[in-house]
Design a protein around this ligand. Sequence first.
Ligand code: NAD
Ligand code: UDP
Length: 339
Amino acid sequence: MNILLTGGTGYIGSHTAITLHQNNHNVILYDNLTNSREETLFKIKTSLGLNLKLVIGDVLDTKTLEDTLNKYKINAVIHFAGLKSVDESITQPKKYFENNVNGTHSLIKAMKAVKVKTLIFSSSATVYGEPKYLPIDENHPKNPENPYGASKLKVENILKSLSMSDPSWKIVCLRYFNPIGSHEDVNIGDNPVGTANNLFPIILKVLKKKIKILEIFGKDYDTNDGTGIRDYIYIMDLVEGHLAALNYLKLNSGWHDVNLGTGKGYSVLEIIEKFQSVNNVIIPFKYSPRRKGDVSESYADVRKAKELLGWEARNSLDVMCKSVLKYFVLEQTSKKNVF
Ligand code: NAD
Ligand code: UDP
């Protein structure tokens, strides 16, 4: 298949591109590089000899999207492109709705024009908001606590309506829980251009001594140790979920929403303890007030992913934590080699 990955040079897009290519798909990346670097492609080329094609463009630019879909005879799109910082979305909500919602409108317009109707959308567990029950299944009420989540929910509703109005669309909406770690063979990882907000990129900044101390946001949540609980999933398991979704869409049309998580939650304190013990490092931390827009606890009901897509996460938290450190060490080594 010829597959367009919007946001393809980003964290999840770049990892997915490698696996899709290795599964004999022809992959085209489309990215405006606001939160990623072209360097990622050089790293992939150096490590794997894989020459990925990148079109530098904005999803808001419908004409360039349409030309790209035509030029590369695209059969399916995976729509990763989006802004993803909860913090930033609270201070700049308009930017999030313009980019994430209008960007998707533009993509749909371009896809309609060239009659490509197979789409996988990167949504987020953030759409559920504070859990009413756990684990969170796909029918859980959707009450996002922040504008980022609200923009994702809006896109979901647009895509759902689209498939109702034209049942020949084939859409899988994947709700990611917390992807972490990096590729085993390539020195790429979660390395945002803008300010890092997610837990693991911040842990890496502490290791790099760019941040003195990790702040744990909130110690008074109603959880086992008072810190927030999340469902961390290994990036390569998450990537496999996209392959499974593509396979599913070969034979199925309509709209399908699926959680991608492990089904198990860990608190921030448990994560720090695990990261320290498997990697033999120290992460200094202190407690700070709760972060605006955060929920207390979130982990997935993973039954639908297994039943519908035949997919489940396989890797343990040990593997994930080791993978994060390996990326850090490789980055440090490659920098030393450059200077
Ligand atoms: P990322 O920021 O690394 O990648 C997103 C990519 O989209 C970046 O390369 C960025 O340059 C590009 N982009 C943004 N706006 C664009 C636009 N208008 N036109 C073209 N390119 C644009 O983020 P990621 O972690 O790889 O996330 C991918 C998707 O998954 C996002 O939609 C995100 O909201 C969603 N998601 C991520 C997580 C996570 O924890 N990483 C969790 C849930 C959902
Ligand atoms: N977190 C934290 N300190 C940080 C970053 C994150 O304590 O510097 C906590 C956050 O409050 C949440 C968990 O780590 O409980 C995961 O946060 P992340 O931003 O990675 O994911 P999200 O909140 O979007 O699920």
